[in-house]
Write a protein that binds this ligand. Structure first.
Ligand SMILES: Cc1cc2nc3c(=O)[nH]c(=O)nc-3n(C[C@H](O)[C@H](O)[C@H](O)COP(=O)(O)O)c2cc1C
Length: 151
């Protein structure tokens, strides 16, 4: 079985619902299996932090997930035309995996949920594409696809 990592952040469930649909598509392809992961909500040092295991839903993504997957799909809610800070924090915390070639030759895709049409989802997708395109430039990633969902 070939795993595709689907990693998302969602505070109200719209992006999570999209992530589950993406997984459904992956699982419908012979020989492919989705690996659904979320990321913890990022918090300031002055706030209480969450535990290592979410109270419900899929587990948190780890660098190992990135290394083991054959492809990567990332999803974030639109936040003023940008990706959510929690997903950005995850991306920034995996720099050594990218640098060590954990994603080399792997395709990647992004998706977003927003509350309005033309509410900044294009720029949100671009914000998620930026680190991926940077990896493409450094030949750490193969190719990047872009999908917009409004839910
Ligand atoms: C801080 C913040 C900023 C947001 N910015 C936008 C925006 O720029 N455009 C938009 O259409 N929706 C915006 N929204 C709405 C969310 O993107 C939308 O409700 C999304 O579906 C939430 O996804 P979730 O249910 O996975 O958390 C914003 C919401 C929050 C909390």
């Amino acid at each position: 079985m070939t795993d595709i990592l689907v990693v998302y952040y969602s505070s109200n469930g719209a992006t999570e619902a999209l992530a589950r649909e993406v997984c459904r598509g992956i699982d419908s392809v012979g020989g492919m299996a989705s690996r659904l992961r979320t990321v913890p909500q990022v918090s300031a040092v002055s706030e209480a932090v969450q535990g290592d295991i979410p109270e419900s839903g899929p587990p948190y993504a780890t660098p190992k997930d990135l290394a083991e997957c054959a492809g990567l799909v990332m999803g974030s809610p639109t936040r003023f035309g940008n990706m959510d800070a929690s997903l950005k924090y995850f991306v920034d915390s995996t720099v050594s995996e990218w640098a060590s070639g954990a994603a080399t030759g792997k395709p990647a895709a992004v998706f977003t949920a927003s509350s309005s049409l033309h509410g900044g989802q294009e720029s949100t997708l671009l914000s998620m594409l930026l680190p991926l395109l940077n990896c493409v430039c450094h030949r750490l990633l193969d190719r990047v696809f872009c999908v917009t969902f409004v839910r």
